[in-house]
Write a protein that binds this ligand. Structure first.
Ligand code: CA
Ligand code: CA
Length: 148
């Protein structure tokens, strides 16, 4: 399970997109998932690079969240934009990390990503509530796949 194309089926990818849509009905925050095979760089640094590459800082409230996965490295990161990090406690992402990790350790990758996405929606609800009237889908919900 080290290739991006083998990581999730098309159906699983669609379920993940649906989870993003569902989570974004809880919050004005915008969630994206990026999957790649491997990074030579430090994963935290690479996650920030992907965040910029996907132009995820282009949200009004600076509240985009990226779930980054390097499949061959068996590594994932969660990165939230400065609007979030300026407003939440330091260990804000712990419950989301746990939600993902609990499923990843038994190879349930799809479920881990979905649980993580839904958890992000719940966690952000308090700080960045959904705006029923004015919400815009500021960032695409599709999974991004990439190589360096
Ligand atoms: Ca939105
Ligand atoms: Ca979106």
């Amino acid at each position: 399970m080290s290739k991006v194309e083998d990581f999730l089926t098309k159906e699983e990818e669609q379920e993940i997109v649906q989870a993003i849509i569902q989570a974004e009905r809880n919050t004005s925050g915008e969630i994206r998932v990026h999957i790649e095979e491997h990074s030579e760089k430090n994963h935290t640094e690479r996650t920030r690079e992907v965040f910029r590459m996907l132009e995820m800082e282009n949200t009004k409230l600076r509240n985009g969240v990226l779930i980054y996965i390097a499949v061959a490295d068996r590594h994932f990161e969660i990165y939230g934009d400065e609007g979030i990090n300026n407003n939440v406690p330091t260990d804000f992402w712990k419950s989301t990390r746990d939600a993902i990790q609990n499923q990843f350790k038994t190879q349930n990758f799809k479920q881990g990503i979905i649980n993580g996405i839904l958890q992000i929606g719940k966690e952000l609800k308090e700080h960045f509530p959904y705006d029923e009237v004015n919400d815009i889908d500021e960032l695409p919900n599709e999974i991004s796949k990439g190589v360096e």
